[in-house]
Design a protein around this ligand. Structure first.
Ligand SMILES: Nc1nc2c(c(=O)[nH]1)N[C@H]1C(S)=C(S)[C@@H](COP(=O)(O)O)O[C@H]1N2
Ligand SMILES: [Mo]
Length: 367
């Protein structure tokens, strides 16, 4: 018996893949990616939730931490963690996806790696916390305030502008992740969760919310997280993570031992709501068949899909194509690339193609 359990020692290889591209000069900057190909179901275990830190993980004593709500409010308030734990809470299962997820697939050549390394900047958790609307009402936010500045307590003071309308709609000030208090890497002792919006807006280690009448144009929404268009202009505040899916079994780097019966399975999600349909192609998009969606299908959450497949041992090209309840369809590669500058990397939701070789190898190809 032990106070806090760990996975079996035989599962030791199942780990996040850590990337610190500027390690020598800025060791706190980087990502660790969820090993999507090793998981099943829909919930990401807390120790495998992806991480994106712009400068490290602060070690915050919850007894010292305060959240300030100020700016265009009638009554500025400062809240301790203990105060917040007494508020009425809500629980929702929500995906968080980094706008940079799947960025490597926008390059000229398909990188040969796993589903997790390619697409593992998305995770799905049950978040519990206080609806932000409750706190904004308590601070008597000015009806003329249309934006909020959200600021983290990390070394870079990550800051994003959030429309007040979104805050009143469904934003959660989360204190719990899959039942336990949020992990330090996910924002302990508190973070914002903005359902369906790009991950960078779900500010971790939240210490300040300032009500304003316009966006603040912080460094984190001007130098980064804007979308370069074909005409060279960049669009700001492209919040929504659009409809997307990918097959995780089989996926890059795996090998199919023999021909015969398999289950194709993967994940689908949309920032716009529920997944309505996932279609599977095994011939590179010539013919499509509908996959089964695992219930419950929750809005702005990850849905698992499954489809039986008999592999005859010949070359095959596996694709999944998701449609959400708003009728938005996941784009093919040509459609996505036509929309953006060739230098653009964010918000890649294009269809993923896995090629199955006659030797059973699974590789990443641009379909
Ligand atoms: N304070 C703070 N909040 C932050 C970040 C950060 O570096 N500092 N990274 C953002 C980015 S870019 C993403 S994608 C998500 C990642 O959340 P996670 O690390 O819990 O997966 O947190 C966001 N919130
Ligand atoms: Mo991100």
């Amino acid at each position: 018996m032990r106070g806090y359990g760990q996975p079996s020692r035989f599962e030791d290889p199942v780990k996040r893949v850590v990337g610190q591209p500027y390690r020598a000069v800025s060791p706190g900057t980087g990502t660790s990616r969820t090993p999507l190909q090793s998981l099943n179901g829909t919930i990401t275990p807390n120790g495998l939730h992806f991480e994106r830190h712009h400068n490290g993980v602060p070690d915050i004593d919850p007894a010292q931490h305060r959240l300030l709500i100020h700016g265009m409010v009638g009554r500025p308030i400062k809240l301790a963690v203990d105060d917040l734990l007494r508020y009425p809470m809500v629980t929702r299962t929500i995906f968080i996806e980094c706008a940079g997820n799947s960025g490597a697939n926008t390059l000229m050549k398909p990188p040969q790696t796993s589903a997790g390394v390619l697409h593992g900047l998305v995770s799905n958790s049950e978040w519990t916390g206080v609806p932000l609307a409750v706190l904004l009402n308590e601070a008597r936010i000015d009806p003329k305030a249309t934006w909020l500045l959200a600021e983290g307590a990390d070394a870079v003071a990550m800051s994003r502008s959030i429309p007040v309308q979104k805050a009143f709609d469904d934003v959660i000030l989360a204190l719990y992740q899959n039942g336990e208090r949020i992990r330090p890497e996910q924002g302990y002792p508190m973070r914002l969760v903005l359902p369906g919006y790009e991950g960078s807006m779900s500010v971790k280690w939240l210490r300040r919310l300032k009500a304003t009448h316009e966006p603040t144009h912080t460094k984190d929404e001007t130098s980064k997280y804007s979308d370069l268009q074909r005409d060279g202009k960049a669009r700001q505040f492209t919040f929504l993570m659009e409809v997307k899916s990918l097959i995780t079994h089989p996926s890059g780097g795996m090998s199919m031992r023999r021909s015969g019966q398999y289950e194709i399975s993967g994940l689908a999600w949309s920032g716009a709501g529920r997944i309505a349909r996932v279609e599977i192609s095994t011939d590179g998009g010539v013919t499509w068949n509908e996959a089964e969606l695992q219930t419950p299908v929750l809005p702005k959450s990850v849905t698992r899909f499954r489809a039986p497949w008999k592999w005859d041992g010949a070359i095959a090209y596996l694709q999944s194509r998701a449609t959400d309840e708003g009728g938005n369809v996941q784009p093919a590669r040509e459609k996505w690339t036509a929309r953006f500058s060739p230098a653009h990397r964010y918000h890649n939701n294009m269809i993923q193609t896995w090629a199955i070789g006659t030797d059973g190898s699974v590789t990443n190809v641009f379909g």
